[in-house]
Design a protein around this ligand. Structure first.
Ligand code: HEM
Ligand SMILES: [Cu+2]
Length: 446
């Protein structure tokens, strides 16, 4: 997308990748010792008193993944900063690359803090220290701060790249220039900065003093603003566009609706007086599935349908794509929407057995979950079949304008014979939606 032949540090790229399989093996291996039993947060004291061997393996695994994240992010920052083709101006950088840049900076700033917290936990578990042991003068709340200083930004690490995918898919399939390029680019950076100062909204009920609740309520409401800027940008891009209802676009539209709901429930919980009532209920579970499933997973699907032709040289089947989308959309609503109501009625999260009064709504969730399970079947068949026998895609099946579409599908080793020369922005579609002329003008010169 930036006209580079490879990442800035190809070997570091490989290291970052290959740190992940051993991390996975460590987590799976920890089940031999009972598995870590303290959830994804690993809060002490629970994490200190259950299955210490398994918890230790889990910590080592997360540190490996975190290291991978840090190395990968460094690589992305340097690559985007230094290796875009000289003819590409900063305001011609595809919005996906802006999003990856913001994501990488955020990962670099936050991941080491989690690593610090986890190493202290490792010492408490194995070397007799008592950073987090209350009965020996330690402080569990400090762990929560270290954990959430990373783990709130982590939710942006999971959604910013998806925002980037949206900013590519929406203009291409609506055949219109993106609305508010600069606003969308800078809002990623704003999310990256403000997102570092909201973490205590996960700790409103941890005995947090009033002034702190107030500060973090306000900062949380502020961080919703740049998110809203992007949403408006995409809606305005759609407005009056010649929309092609491709599967990629359907998932993008689905994401738009789902993510707005998830973002809004996030804003309600970011408000401390409300959150103290719904914290640790299914309302939180509903929120994060709307943003993570309705947001991140929908976005990944959208990106797969959009870039599959580039990655494999073959088109995916649109009819089966629609079936996949319909099942995913219906399944998501049925599974996660009732959870809001369950949470408001007081059903706690992280329970193996719920009170019978919650049965009806939970059954709807279960039906939805089965539909979501089913939805993966047409998708998997579509991917496998299209990969082997789908119609040939050509270099630029969507008549898109960003650089990746000017090379072959799939791209050759090192992407280009001769580096491309950028003659226009990535979203310079004619306002009438007819961009054939422009896309032909993308040339590669020596
Ligand atoms: C407008 C943006 C958002 C706001 C204002 C927001 C706010 C919040 C708040 C206040 C909580 C804590 C609720 C509680 O525990 O009582 C929360 C939980 C959570 N949010 Fe968001 N959120 C937003 C977007 C996102 C996004 C984009 C993601 C991920 C893609 C996400 C993922 C999560 C997760 C995973 C949790 C639960 C963490 C846990 O306790 O296990 N949120 N959110
Ligand atoms: Cu958060």
């Amino acid at each position: 997308m930036i006209g580079a032949r490879d990442m800035a540090f190809p070997k570091l790229n490989a290291v970052a990748f290959w740190l992940n399989p051993p991390a996975g093996l460590l987590v799976l291996g920890s089940f031999i010792f009972g598995g870590s039993q303290s959830g994804w947060t690993a809060y002490p004291p629970l994490s200190l008193v259950t299955a210490p061997a398994a918890q230790t393996m889990w910590i080592l695994a997360i540190v490996l993944v975190g290291t991978s994240s840090i190395l990968g992010s460094l690589n992305f920052v340097v690559t985007i900063w230094k290796m875009k083709v000289p003819s590409m101006k900063w305001d011609e950088l595809p919005l996906f690359c802006w999003a990856i840049l913001a994501t990488s900076v955020l990962a670099l700033l936050s991941t080491p803090v989690l690593a610090a917290g986890l190493v202290l936990l490792l010492f408490d578990l194995n070397f007799g220290t008592s950073f987090f042991k209350p009965d020996a003068g330690g402080n569990v709340i400090i762990y929560q701060h270290l954990f959430w200083f990373y783990s709130h930004p982590a939710v942006y690490l999971m959604i910013l790249p998806i925002f980037g995918i949206m900013s590519e898919v929406v203009p291409v399939h609506a055949r219109k220039p993106i609305f508010g390029y600069k606003a969308i680019a800078y809002s990623s950076l704003a999310i990256c900065v403000v997102g570092l100062f909201v973490w205590v909204h996960h700790m409103f009920t941890s005995g947090t003093p009033g002034w702190m609740r107030m500060f973090f309520t306000i900062s949380t409401l502020i961080v919703a603003v740049p998110t809203g800027v992007k949403i408006f940008g995409w809606v305005a891009t759609l407005w009056g566009g010649k929309i092609r209802f491709t599967t990629a676009m359907l998932f993008a539209l689905g994401l738009l609706s789902m993510f707005v709901m998830g973002g809004l429930s996030g804003v309600t919980m970011g408000t401390a007086p409300f959150d103290v009532h719904v914290h640790d209920t299914y309302y939180v579970v509903a929120h994060f599935h709307f943003v993570l499933f309705g947001g991140s997973v929908f976005g990944i699907y959208s990106g797969i349908y959009h870039w599959f032709p580039k990655m494999t040289g073959r088109m995916m089947n649109e009819a089966w794509g629609r079936v996949h989308f319909a099942l995913t959309f219906i399944g998501t609503v049925l599974t996660f929407l009732p959870m809001h109501e369950l949470g408001l009625q007081g059903m706690p999260r992280r329970v193996a057995m719920y009170d019978p009064q919650f049965t009806g709504l939970n059954e709807i969730c279960t039906i939805g979950a089965y539909i979501l399970g089913l939805s993966v079947i047409p998708f998997t068949i579509n991917v496998l079949w299209s990969w082997m026998a789908g119609p040939k895609a050509g270099d630029n099946p969507w008549q898109a304008l960003s650089l990746e579409w000017t090379t072959s599908s799939p791209p050759m080793v090192e992407n280009w014979e001769v580096l491309p020369v950028v003659t226009h922005g990535p979203y310079d579609y004619g306002m009438n939606g007819n961009n054939e002329a422009i896309s032909d003008s993308v040339v590669t010169e020596g």
